[in-house]
Design a protein around this ligand. Structure first.
Ligand code: ADP
Ligand code: MG
Length: 396
């Protein structure tokens, strides 16, 4: 919820040391531990996770950090350094799905999901601070959920593995907060490792760490936060989701994951509805782009991933129609300035784009994007490098 950039990455280190002290000031005793969980960007595989498809996120250095201690009286107290709201205190009866608890719904939803799954979580005091920009498509919400889930799992010795934590966190967001997101964000925050992208099959949550050492190859992945969020996005996600489900029904498959790119031309011929046809084309082709990206990374041909990203953007813009002028401008300006490739990432209609560029061309690309935004009269974007970082972990 703070400014992005190097200063902010540094701030996440400050948060680590300050967070326990602030907990003590707030609650009058020391926390039992401090945990961190990162935000993420998705390299490729967009709008595929609710179709049982493939995704490839990487964790950002930006994290939500939480100091936590158990309580025995069933109550939950949560405080965020980033929200001027004071401590939110919730009794067990307050933990009902869709209760209007504001930002506290994210950690509260995790407690609810754990209890609902039969885990004995008596209560907790939580103080957190986050360097993950909110509402920029970088999953500040998943970072909040996963850091809470990991802390409680360890404190209450629930023995939950990373996949189980991610699924519980997703359930908190779906059922308690009321956001129908897929499982990618929570899996990324829980399972990513430094220097890797996470190749995730969302059908069964099987995953593999794919080496993505940009620095060693003289490359850089930039995140460009457009700082806009078009209202259109809210209904559009549900509409795309419904369209994909209708496409799967029409094709007689459970999900679009079951169609591969070889079967795509035939599948498209069987779909009379133009809109559904274009949604299906996006999902099937983006699943294929994930597979091609993996093959390129495994072969060490990282530069060749660039055009795959740009192709993915065209698909999101023209077939799924979830882009917007600001995101299109990032891609156009960056590629014109010599970037290897670029695309919107996340749900679209604003939020962030990613740009793959030679490290020594990063400044030229950044300036070109900034100049294009200024010329178009758009709010200045924020640009920072996406360094593939570690997933959720205990800090103290
Ligand atoms: P994204 O996950 O892409 O950042 P969301 O809309 O899913 O966007 O989640 C943003 C919401 O998460 C915020 O509106 C707020 O309720 C909550 N949130 C994120 N970070 C914090 C924080 N540091 N403190 C309190 N609430 C936060
Ligand atoms: Mg979110």
């Amino acid at each position: 919820m703070t400014d992005i950039g190097q200063a902010e990455i540094a701030r996440s280190d400050i948060a680590r040391t300050d967070i326990a002290r602030d907990f003590r000031r707030l609650y009058g005793y020391a926390p039992e531990g401090v945990w961190a969980a990162p935000g993420r960007v998705n390299l490729i595989g967009e709008y595929t996770d609710f179709n049982d498809g493939f995704v490839m996120p990487l964790a950002l250095p930006h994290t939500a950090v939480a100091a936590v201690a158990r309580r025995s009286d069933g109550r939950l107290r949560v405080h965020s350094a980033d929200v001027g709201q004071g401590v939110v205190e919730l009794a067990p009866d307050d933990l009902v799905p869709r209760a209007d608890t504001g930002w506290a719904a994210y950690p509260a939803g995790v407690v609810w999901a754990l209890r609902d799954a039969g885990h004995p979580v008596a209560g907790a005091d939580v103080h957190l601070a986050s360097t993950v920009p909110t509402g920029a498509g970088l999953s500040s919400s998943a970072a909040l959920e996963v850091v809470t889930a990991l802390a409680l799992s360890e404190l209450y010795e629930l023995g939950l593995d990373r996949e189980a934590l991610a699924v519980l966190a997703q359930r908190a967001e779906n059922a308690f907060v009321g956001v129908p997101c897929g499982v990618m964000d929570q899996m990324a925050s829980a399972c990513c490792t430094e220097g890797h992208a996470l190749y995730l099959d969302t059908r069964d949550l099987s995953h593999r760490q794919v080496p993505f050492d940009l620095a060693a190859r003289g490359l850089r992945l930039l995140v460009v936060d457009t700082r806009v969020k078009h209202a259109l996005g809210d209904g559009a996600y549900a509409e795309r989701r419904a369209g994909c489900e209708a496409g799967a029904r029409a094709l007689g498959v459970r999900t679009l994951r079951e169609i591969d790119h070889v079967q795509l031309p035939d599948a498209l011929r069987r779909l009379p509805d133009r809109t559904i046809r274009s949604y299906v084309r996006h999902v099937v082709s983006d699943n294929d782009r994930v597979r091609r990206t993996i093959a390129l990374l495994d072969a060490g041909d990282v530069r060749a991933v660039g055009p795959v990203l740009t192709e993915g953007h065209a698909s999101l813009r023209d077939d799924l129609r979830v882009s917007c002028p600001e995101l299109d401008l990032v891609v156009a300006a960056a590629t014109e300035a010599g970037a290897l490739g670029a695309r919107m990432t996340g749900g679209g209609f604003g939020g962030s784009a990613i740009v793959l560029t030679e490290a020594d061309g990063a400044e030229t690309v950044t300036k070109a994007v900034e100049a294009a935004f200024a010329a178009a009269g758009f709010t200045a974007p924020r640009v920072f490098p996406a360094v593939p970082s570690a997933g959720a972990r205990r800090l103290a």
